[in-house]
Ligand binder design. Sequence first.
Ligand code: GAF
Length: 390
Amino acid sequence: MSESSEAVARSVAERFERLYGAAPDGVWAAPGRVNLIGEHTDYNDGFVMPFALPHTAVAAVARRDDGVLRLHSADVDDPVAELAVDALAPGSDRRWTAYPAGVVWALREAGHAVTGADVHLASTVPAGAGLSSSAALEVVVALALNDLFGLGLRGWQLARLCQRAENVYVGAPVGIMDQTASACCEEGHALFLDTRDLSQRQIPFDLAAEGMRLLVVDTRVEHSHSEGEYGKRRAGCEKGAALLGVDALRDVPYAELEAALARLGDEEEVRRLVRHVITEDERVERVVAFLQAGDARAIGPVLAEGHASLRDDFRVSCPELDLVVDTALGAGALGARMTGGGFGGSAVVLAEEADVPVITKAVEEAFAAAGFRAPRTFEAVPSAGARRLR
Ligand code: GAF
């Protein structure tokens, strides 16, 4: 463990002890993610390719056997929340506590004997930036409970339970990408994930070794998935699959795209959604092929194509995200696209190392000229997935 992880683990454990009067049983971490390519494909049984950020949610946790769940976060100005595990009910909580409580609910609903816990959380994953701060919270709590109650669940199984917590307990109709990324990513790799069966391949992804960088630009336009637009896109995709007579849009081969679109008749809105999903799955496969051939520079144009499809067909971009992408490409970036659900949040920019200062400055100036809030930019280095720190 690095010196800084050790320091974070110690300070979160110390805060736990001050709050609850005894040391935790352990400290765990789970990362946020960026998605390199494969957007809005996960709830269509398609392909995604996220990697973990160095930013993590950290949890100090002690097991309890008396049915009490106590939750506290260093990032929210609330006192300790005290809940009874057998009274947890979907839809009953609209605050941040719904994420960890939802995980306890989902574990118990699946038959796992989780009898209570004291939890203190602290996260460095920016909230509302489209970088999976919610999934990081869910996964870190799930991993801690998995260890403390000896459940023996694998990363992908924890991811499924966390998704259920978010879908049912929190009420956000998200796919499985973010939870799986947080649970299963590996340092130095991007995760090529088939969201139908959760089969995975770790693809080596070390841009720095090849003189490139991947920047994350947080537009600071906050997004939320429990609001309606995400759900509308999802419902539109499901309607498309039903009209085409397939279980999920993943089942329409790319070679049959034009024929499938023609069969959608006058359903123009559905046709756009379907076109995005089918072409996006093909883009993921192209990116994987380029990376495996050792040609990371070639993925740039594919990222830019993906953004155009999200902007024009899927319609989940916003002026700030478009400005990042257009400005970065105009300033010499190899590729750029929005990442995550959209309607705000972050974009990723692939660039030669030497071009990073010029691109960063161009984006900052463009935001100032447009009267937008100053964006936050950082370099994304593929980092470790969820783990125990102590
Ligand atoms: C959000 C969701 F949580 C994911 O499941 C995924 O659908 C993504 O938006 C879009 O690709 O992050």
